[in-house]
Design a protein around this ligand. Sequence first.
Ligand code: GDP
Length: 429
Amino acid sequence: MAAEDTIFALATAQGKAGVAVVRLSGPQSVQVLEALGASAPKPRATRLVHLRDRDGGLLDHALVLHFAEGASFTGEAVIELHLHGSVAVVRAVLRAIEGTGLARQAEAGEFTRRALMNDRLDLTQVQGLGDMIEADTEVQRRHALRVFSGEMAERVTAWRNAILRAAALVEATIDFADEDVPVDVAPEVMELLEGVAADLRHEVSGAAVASRIRSGFEVALVGPPNVGKSSLINALTRSEAAIVSDIAGTTRDVIEVRLDLDGLPVTILDMAGLRDSSDPIERMGIDRAVKRATAADIRVFLMEVDEDWDERVALQEGDLRVRAKVDLYGGEGISAVSGAGIPEFLQALSERLQQRVATAGLVTADRHVELYRLAMVELDGLDADQIREAPELFSEVLRKVACDLRQVIGGVDTEAILGEIFASFCIGK
Ligand code: GDP
């Protein structure tokens, strides 16, 4: 492992807390602790120590954890200092660590970058970890944890293995073309490749939903002025089913309210400006609102009686039509005033979104979706006749697809790919 600087940073959130954790990573981690007047416990053990500044002044009583090189999050020697979680304690300890001259402040994401460089995590896990830290809702947590646990990397590895096995089978026909090697490998090769292509197709078509799990599903309230959109938003934010985590008015035309709906991250959009107007500036704003509503995951068309909805926004599959102000007009629907129908309305929204979540893939990064899409196109372009007609070309395409897919997990290592082809070849025989 290359000699690195030793880095340190507060690993827990800023501010008052019972405990604050400062993490050190790098070859000098233990020496930093010693420079603070304490000795490290054995790896994976803990010790209660007194941390002191250069003049011997007591900084804090801290619980110390020690992870040896090769057995830590970063792959380097790691010391964790569990301090009393006050702003002043943390500041004093960080200053004392810096004062040892043995370590420097970590840059953003540097611990994780080291974990990646030292093969403690692959690229997909880094992304899963980032999403897990950002997760506000239960569905986001579960999705991020699957990626962090390596499920995406496992899928990619399984596809690569299938592709490399197919390549090895095709190569066997080249090597033994003149000999008496029987079998038509085409059925097995095509079955392997069709399986991978089907999985890729599923992932690519589920990528948009996976992205929504990360960023939130958008539900647009559409209807004429005064139908009760703002009142509904107010009623939703008071409702127990929906915990508001964020309220932001991004533009004059759209008001956004973020809800946790049965674990789903949902942003309700109030198209505040949707009405006929002769003012060109306002009309531009309305056009933007219409585009936003059209792009949302679900539109809720609110109406007082059974009038037609706003035709500027087209009805799409899965949209809801809801009658408002039922306290005045009676019948089925919702009332922002009495609260009637609101739980049923939320239930209907939740069910529609849960159905979409069921189709989600794991992949969200645009770069990965593009890699999957390209691999799918390459595989779809192959057919069984080509195995006989141009086996070299056929296996060359497969090697390239396997190599490209590897980029999802991390670095590209041709040697490893060749090794795998060889291993697969032997096993396959
Ligand atoms: P928006 O323009 O669609 O956002 O409509 P508002 O939420 O501002 O409501 C317009 C008017 O309708 C206000 O006077 C509200 O108090 C009233 N309103 C909204 N919802 C209801 C409802 O469920 N029942 C009754 N009776 N009045 C409502």
